[in-house]
Write a protein that binds this ligand. Sequence first.
Ligand code: ZN
Length: 67
Amino acid sequence: MDHMNEEMECMCLECGASSYLPKSDIVMEDPTSIDSKMLNSLLVCSICGGQLKLIGKAGDEPFYRLE
Ligand SMILES: [Zn+2]
């Protein structure tokens, strides 16, 4: 797998739609906090414009952490 093109799955908090974003595009609101999975406000739902929340790597079970 090419980790440079790894995709992360995000979910809209407003409408629940899933979005897949390249890992390189994702900026955390607070990278020092494990609990903060809110994404930068520039990244919004393409359907409703709502705030996105990071779920995990694309294809992973939700909330499962590989570390
Ligand atoms: Zn939405």
